[in-house]
Design a protein around this ligand. Structure first.
Ligand code: FAD
Ligand code: SIN
Length: 541
């Protein structure tokens, strides 16, 4: 099927994708398509709990303080200009979302209620339904996009980027009936989210399989910071997948972490990487597979956190009485497709926003509740840049790691790393046609990634993870005709790149901890590792 190119094709229907689509279609009258592999509302966004960090009341907060907290959490790798954009433009985007219909919680005076989370020096997190913020944002954006003329392609899988003459000109897609077709667009926005499904224990829904980053890698688009996988410290220790999350807002409200002996062992409001590391160390020392979150001292739990209370009830737990079993779970990918301050990638015509992107705002460790904000802020900037006729990336934000190699003082330099070739194809592998075989392979890759590339890594574990990724990719054919096969191929692609980047980074920083290199090494590694693999055949038009 070939049609006249769209002005903007948005891949993904989370906060980033839908924010861009609504603005492009409604405000600028662009011809917009939104393509998403599930139904419109299916996205990690709707699972978000704690809220959106933004300076909505000035006193005692300020954007300078939000900037300082974000930089401190990022462990030396944030791009300060990108963070400045995030904190300055964030409040405006939140107000626009409210104007679109999103309902945030308010205090008794009708002012937006603000919560505190780890790494924030003051309460600044707006929330909805207690800890059901993502569901409300997704609801408001889905309603809003339905009011525009954007063309919606649900249950449609983006397989590959089409590249012609050095520009992205559209995608190859898998239709709901299994047929492949090409969709042409002058601009393609990757808003495909993160990759928690790379791991066996994750808070992320099934669709978070890193497809956008895998497609970008296959097309030779620059990617960075993917070794920084954030593990959330308080996922409920429970067999259900994804793991129910016990929001940081609980600790912001006074819930305490306790070890196997009931002792406190860490300041609960440190940035997330530090809490997770302390927790993992304590679990290893005590030979246990979980610790405890003690929320028994919280008043009005049911009223303030009704959705979490419901999850706990379903698990047979009463937060007023029981300590809650918790363990770290893969939660967020700090890196991704490198962009400039307008979301432009290293490939003309291709833009990225939200969790799929590396805009430079998170560095080595994202500050709590800065992700929804990033999606809103940078999606907006993408649309404005397209409207103003921008055609290629500039040396701003994280893109300075690619276009401004020498860097000026304060700029995080790029360090190109050549990933070993990963042009693996399972040819006529039989698993391709067997759903049970694909599930088995995906489960194995997830388990091995958790063991080998999880919270604590070593050089040898990461080499083993790369071999696992190669084996998984070798079992699935490039011609595979199902979303499940395409997801496995993408997971394997990303597992290889992530493990390789983690292997190269011989230090511990932010969310990346190497047992064999326990110290931070600014001399060698205060830089972004830029993966710029050779373009594979699959990415060519
Ligand atoms: P997503 O919301 O992940 O959307 C990606 C979209 O792309 C989906 O619609 C998906 O189906 C689609 N897609 C993917 N691949 C393809 C493909 N190949 N073809 C077609 N479509 C595709 N962040 C905060 O800031 N505050 C919070 O309180 C918070 N709480 C969280 C709680 C949980 C349990 C989790 C898991 C995350 C939380 N986060 C939070 C993180 C935040 O929710 C995500 O980072 C953010 O929602 C990502 O938004 P996005 O638009 O980039 O991507
Ligand atoms: C949470 O509510 O703990 C998640 C917040 C986040 O991921 O930013």
């Amino acid at each position: 099927m070939t049609t006249e190119p769209l002005d903007l094709l948005v891949l993904g229907s989370g906060v980033a994708g839908l924010s861009a689509a609504v603005r492009a279609a409604e405000i600028h009258g662009m011809r917009v398509g939104v393509l998403t592999k599930g139904e419109l509302h299916q996205a990690t966004t709707r699972w978000a709990q704690g809220g959106v960090a933004a300076v909505l009341h000035d006193d005692p907060d300020s954007t300078d303080l939000h900037l300082a907290d974000t930089l401190a959490a990022g462990a030396g790798l944030c791009d300060a200009d990108a963070v400045r954009v995030l904190v300055d433009e964030g409040p405006g985007r939140v107000h626009e979302l409210i104007a679109l219909g999103a309902m945030f919680d308010r205090d008794e005076h009708g002012r937006l209620a603000l919560a505190r989370e780890g790494g924030h020096s003051v309460p600044r997190v707006v929330h909805a339904g207690g800890a059901a913020t993502g569901a409300e944002i997704e609801r408001a954006l889905v309603d809003a996009v339905h009011r525009t003329a954007a063309v919606l392609h649900e249950n449609t899988f983006a397989l590959e980027l089409l590249v012609d003459d050095g520009r992205c000109v559209g995608i190859e897609a898998l239709a709901p009936d299994g047929g492949r077709y090409q969709l042409r667009a002058n601009n393609v926005l990757l808003a495909t989210g993160g990759a928690g499904q790379l791991f066996a224990v994750t808070t992320n829904p099934l669709e978070a399989t890193g497809d956008g980053i895998a497609m970008a890698l296959r097309a030779g688009v620059a990617v960075a910071d993917i070794e920084f996988v954030q593990f959330h410290p308080t996922a409920l220790h429970h067999p259900s997948m994804p793991r129910p999350l016990l929001s940081e807002a609980l600790r912001g409200h006074g819930a305490l972490l306790r070890d196997a002996n009931g002792e406190r062992f860490v300041d609960e409001l440190l940035p997330r990487d530090e809490v997770t590391r302390a927790e993992t160390t304590r679990m290893l020392e005590q030979g246990v597979d979980h610790l405890w979150l003690d929320a028994t001292g919280l008043e009005n739990f049911e009223l303030r956190f009704p959705t979490i209370a419901a999850d706990l009830r379903a698990a047979g737990l009463d937060p007023a009485r029981d300590w809650l079993p918790i363990a770290p779970a893969a939660h967020y990918l700090c890196g991704g497709v490198i962009t400039d301050l307008d979301g432009a990638s290293s490939l003309g015509g291709l833009w990225a926003a939200g969790e799929v992107a590396c805009s430079g705002v998170h560095g080595a460790n994202r500050l709590a509740s800065n992700s929804l904000l990033e999606g809103m802020v940078f999606a907006f900037r993408v649309v404005e840049a397209i409207e103003q006729g921008k055609v290629e990336a500039e040396a701003t934000g994280a893109m300075r790691a690619v276009l401004d190699g020498d860097g000026s003082p304060g700029v995080i330099r790029g360090r190109p790393v050549d990933e070993p070739s990963f042009d693996v194809d399972g040819g006529d592998a039989t698993e391709v046609f067997e759903p049970a075989g694909l599930t088995r392979l995906r489960d194995r890759l997830q388990r091995r990634m958790t063991e080998l590339a999880g919270v604590i890594r070593t050089g040898s574990s990461l080499q083993a993870a790369m071999k696992e990724a190669t084996a998984a990719a070798g079992a699935v054919s490039r011609r595979a005709g199902s979303p499940a096969a395409a997801e496995l191929r993408n997971l394997a692609r990303l597992a290889h790149a992530m493990s390789f980047a983690a292997l190269v980074r011989e230090e511990s920083r932010g969310a990346h901890t190497r047992q064999d290199f326990p110290e931070r090494d600014d001399q060698r590694f205060r830089s972004r590792l830029v993966l710029r693999p050779p373009v594979s055949q699959a990415g060519a038009a």
